[in-house]
Ligand binder design. Structure first.
Ligand code: GLP
Length: 244
């Protein structure tokens, strides 16, 4: 779906999330949401905060799993995704803190495999993700599933691509300061989500969008796997749609 601008797309995405939360509440079950960081979903979170404050949308019944976190990363560091989520969403809504899950960037290397396994198992026990919001990297990555990631990949420690590190270097104040790795939710749990919205805004996304939407389904462009998802929509602005 092509929108005039990111505001329009973000409002629709937030409304859809609100619908899912209300529907699950009616069913007496929690809404299990997969959340993303980066600049792209910020306006969706702003709209969710507005719906909470002005229209009484409650997150008491919401369980969230974030896609990824750099490793190593202190949770209060300026580039931390824990900090991002607090500032952009969690500090402004009524979600119980025990319902929030974000990959732990502080774990010693040897504890990461067990942590990742438990992360996937928790999602499974809840019946999978009801909803997943995604951005897209310059190289077609989703979460931090870099090119080469398999469609059935699990949550794991991923070595970051050079293009990803270059994009992140602005936030870290230099390429050498960007962590070499990150923990990311695997493609498998994203593909098993009941609904996926991928958002992309701006001309710098046009190349990865055309590859993901019109190119072959390939591990070289992990977002292209979504062509095989039954219920995924790309919500993009005109600039990101320029090459379609
Ligand atoms: C990072 C995140 C991704 C995000 C991407 C794009 O790599 N791990 O989840 O989609 O950046 O970021 P932005 O939305 O700022 O363009």
């Amino acid at each position: 779906k092509i929108f005039k601008d990111s505001e329009g797309a973000s409002k629709i995405a937030a409304q859809e999330i609100a619908q899912i939360i209300k529907q699950k509440e009616k069913e007496g079950r929690p809404a299990v949401l997969g959340l993303a960081t980066g600049s792209t979903p910020k306006k969706v979170y702003q709209e969710l905060i507005r719906l909470h404050k002005e229209e009484g949308l409650s997150f008491k019944n919401v369980i969230t799993f974030n896609l990824d976190e750099y490793h190593p990363m202190e949770p209060d560091a300026i580039q931390s995704y824990v900090r991002f989520m607090k500032e952009q969403l969690f500090d402004h809504i009524d979600i119980p803190s025990q319902n929030i899950h974000i990959p732990n960037g502080q774990l010693p290397l040897e504890e990461i495999p067990a942590f990742c396994k438990a992360y996937d198992e928790k999602i499974e026990r809840l019946g999978g993700l009801d909803f997943q919001i995604l951005g897209i990297g310059r190289n077609g990555h989703i979460g931090f599933n870099e090119p080469g990631s398999l469609i059935n990949s699990k949550t794991r420690l991923m070595t970051l691509d050079m293009s990803t590190k270059l994009d992140a270097s602005v936030d870290f104040g230099g390429l050498e300061k960007v962590p070499k790795r990150a923990i990311t939710l695997g493609i498998e749990k994203i593909m098993n989500a009941k609904r996926v919205l991928l958002l992309a805004f701006g001309e710098h996304k046009a190349q990865s969008i055309v590859q993901a939407v019109e190119g072959p389904v390939t591990a070289d462009i992990p977002a292209s796997y979504l062509q095989q998802h039954q219920n995924a929509v790309f919500m993009i602005d005109e600039a990101a749609a320029a090459n379609l």
